[in-house]
Design a protein around this ligand. Structure first.
Ligand code: SAM
Length: 232
C-alpha cells in the first residue's frame, strides 16, 4: 500500500502523548463508541471483531468491556501505538481475548472471517482514491457476508462553504480543548496534504466499490463522520 510510510507520524512521542492530547475530546469519542455498540449489539455473543488502525486501543477496550464474549484482532502499523494498546488491554484484563498484529491489514495472517471491522480515523490517511477503495476492499475480504464495517473519518467537500464553517468550529474546538497554537495553525495545511477529507458522496461510493451495501451515516461530530455498511 502506498501510504505505508505515514505511521511515522504515530511514532513514540505521539503514541505516549496521544491519549492525553485528545482527552478533552472524550465526549465525542464516547458518543461514537456508544453508537457503534448499538450498531453492533445484535452480533453473536462470541463475535470476532477486527480493529484496523487500533491506535492506543480506545475502541477495542470499550467494546471488549461491553461485550465480554467477543474476541479481537488489533491491527496497527505503528509499533509504539500498538504497545500502548497492548499495555492498556493487559491492565484491563482483556489481553487474553486479543491478538495484536503490528503491521497493515494485508500482512494479518488469514483466519476465520470476522463479524465486524472497525476502522476509526484511519482511512483518511490513505490519500489516493484507488488505494482507499483497496483499503475498504481488503476489509471486505476479512468479513463474513453481511458482516459490518464501521468507519469514521474526517470528511467534507473542502470546496464548500460548509467545510469552511465546520473547519472554523473544529479549530476553535482544538483551541478550547488545549491544543497548542502552532499545532492548530499546522492543521489547516495538514488537511489535504497528510489527511484527505473527501466529500460524503465520494466516501459513500468508495465504500460501495470496496464491496459493501450503501453505507449508513450514523453520526457526525463537526468534521468527523461515522458510517456503517454491510458486506455484500
Ligand atoms: C488517528 S489514529 C486513530 C486510532 C484509533 N482508531 C482511535 O480512534 O483512537 C489513526 C491510526 O491509524 C494507523 N494507520 C494509519 N494508516 C493506516 C493504514 N493504512 N492501515 C492501518 N492503520 C493505519 C495509525 O498508525 C494510527 O495509529
Amino acid at each position: 500500500m502506498q501510504d505505508q510510510e505515514r505511521p511515522a507520524a504515530f511514532g513514540p512521542a505521539h503514541a505516549a502523548a496521544y491519549d492525553e492530547r485528545y482527552a478533552k475530546l472524550a465526549p465525542m469519542r464516547d458518543a461514537l463508541h456508544l453508537l457503534i455498540s448499538a450498531v453492533l449489539a445484535d452480533l453473536p455473543a462470541e463475535a470476532r471483531i477486527l480493529c484496523v488502525g487500533v491506535g492506543t486501543g480506545h475502541e477495542l477496550i470499550y467494546l471488549a468491556r461491553k461485550f465480554p464474549g467477543w474476541r479481537f484482532a488489533a491491527v496497527e502499523p505503528s509499533a509504539s501505538m500498538l504497545d500502548v494498546c497492548r499495555r492498556k488491554a493487559d491492565e484491563c484484563g482483556l489481553a487474553s481475548r486479543c491478538v495484536f498484529h503490528e503491521g497493515y491489514l494485508e500482512s494479518l495472517p488469514s483466519s476465520e472471517d470476522f463479524d465486524a471491522v472497525t476502522s476509526l480515523l484511519v482511512s483518511q490517511f490513505v490519500l489516493n482514491l484507488e488505494a482507499r477503495t483497496d483499503f475498504f476492499r481488503a476489509i471486505a475480504r476479512r468479513l463474513r457476508p453481511g458482516g459490518f464495517l464501521v468507519t469514521a473519518d474526517l470528511a467534507s467537500d473542502t470546496t464548500s462553504g460548509t467545510y469552511q464553517n465546520l473547519l472554523d468550529v473544529w479549530l476553535r474546538l482544538m483551541r478550547e480543548t488545549g491544543s497548542p497554537r502552532e499545532q492548530i495553525e499546522k492543521l489547516r495545511g495538514t488537511y489535504g496534504r497528510d489527511v484527505a477529507l473527501l466529500p460524503l458522496d465520494v466516501m459513500r461510493s468508495l465504500i460501495v466499490s470496496g464491496g459493501f451495501a450503501p453505507p449508513v451515516l450514523f453520526l457526525q461530530t463537526v468534521l468527523i463522520h461515522a458510517w456503517y455498511a454491510r458486506r455484500i
